[in-house]
Design a protein around this ligand. Sequence first.
Ligand SMILES: *[C@@H]1O[C@H](CO)[C@@H](O)[C@H](O)[C@H]1NC(C)=O
Ligand SMILES: *[C@@H]1O[C@H](CO)[C@@H](O)[C@H](O)[C@H]1NC(C)=O
Length: 362
Amino acid sequence: MHSPLVLVVLQLLASNCHSLPFFNGFYYDHTHPGNGTGNGNGEVHFNGVKLVVNTPEDALFAYRGGNVTLPCLYYYVPELYSTRRIRIKWSKLHKDNTKERDVLVAIGPRYRSFGEFRGRVHLRQTMAREASLVITDLKLEDYGKYKCEVIDGLEDESGIVELELRGVVFPYQPYGGRYQLNFHDAKKACEEQDAMLASFEQLFKAWEEGLDWCNAGWVLDGTVQYPITLPREPCGGKDISPGLRSYGERHKLLHRFDAFCFSSSLKGKVYYLNHPEKLNFEEAKAACQEDESTIAKVGQLFAAWRFLDLDRCDAGWLADASVRYPIAFPRLNCGPPEPGVRSFGFPDKTQSTYGVFCYKMS
Ligand SMILES: *[C@@H]1O[C@H](CO)[C@@H](O)[C@H](O)[C@H]1NC(C)=O
Ligand SMILES: *[C@@H]1O[C@H](CO)[C@@H](O)[C@H](O)[C@H]1NC(C)=O
C-alpha cells in the first residue's frame, strides 16, 4: 500500500507552502500536535482521518428578542476516541455570501465574540463534538447565513446554518406622502418605526403571503420593487402575472420612493388607550405618557397585529402622526374582508378625532 505514504508527502509539501503560520484567521501551532494518531509533526497525524461537520439543511426560525441555538456537530471518520485540540469559528456571511464577519472564535473553553454579537453569543457543547452557537436577544439584523467552522490541525471543515426571523413586512410612506424617500431616508424611516428596511427575500415571502401594494418601495439591496397579488391596470398591467414588479437598482441619493419595512415580534405590548375623549396628535402623545407608556410606532403596531392578533376597530394616532387600526378578525364596518392594518394616512394633527395606540415595555 503506497497511497498513505504519498498522501503524507503531499501534505507536508502543502504545509511548507504556507510560509506564514496563518490560516483562515487562526494561528496554527504545528509544534504541539494533539492526541490521536499523531507522530509529532502536526499535520501528519491526520493522515487518513476525515473531519465531518454537520449542520441542518433547513432554515431555523426565531423571533426578535428571543434566543436561538444554531446546531453544529462534528465527527471523525474513522472515529477517534481521544480528546483533540480543535478550534471553532462561527462567522456570518453577508454581501451575497462573499464576505464574512466574525461572530465567535473558541479555543478549548475560551472564546471571544465580536462586533454586534459581543456578549450575546456563546457555544453550546452539551454533548461530545458539539459546536452549536447560541444567540440571545435576537435583533432584526441577525437573520442570514452563519458558518460553523471546525479546525483540527490542517483539517478545516465547515457547514452553513440559515437563520430566519419571523416577521411582518409593511409598506411605509412618511408624513408628506408618496415617493419622498431616497434609499438612506427609507432605511432611517423604517428604523424610526422600530423596523428595518426589508430584504428582497422578506418582501418576496410577504408577497407569497398575499401582500399587494401599488406603490414602489426601497428594498435593502438597493432595488425598488412592489408586490402585486391582483394584477390590474394602474399597477404594472392587467395581463402580467402576479409577482414582485421591479424597477431594478435605483440611485440611492437621487431617486425617491416609499419603503418596505420589516418588523418582528416585540417585548412589551401595544394597546388602544381607554380614554374618555378623542384626541389630537399632541394630546395623544401626552395621554400615553400619563399611562406610563409611549405612543406606539408603526412597526410595533404591525408586529402586535401579526403576532398577537391585536384587533381594534377604532382608529388611533401613532408616533409618526399617522392614524391606523389593526384588524385580525375582519368583520362588518371594519374595513376590507382581509385581516390587516388599516390606514387613515396622515390627518390634520390638530383635529381631536381619534384615539391612540400606546406601547409599554414589560
Ligand atoms: C494527551 O492526553 C494525555 C491524557 O489524556 C494528556 O496528559 C496529554 O497532555 C495529552 N497530550 C497532548 C499533547 O495534548
Ligand atoms: C435567553 O437567554 C437568556 C440568557 O441565557 C435568558 O436570561 C433569557 O430569559 C432567555 N430569553 C428567552 C426569551 O428565552
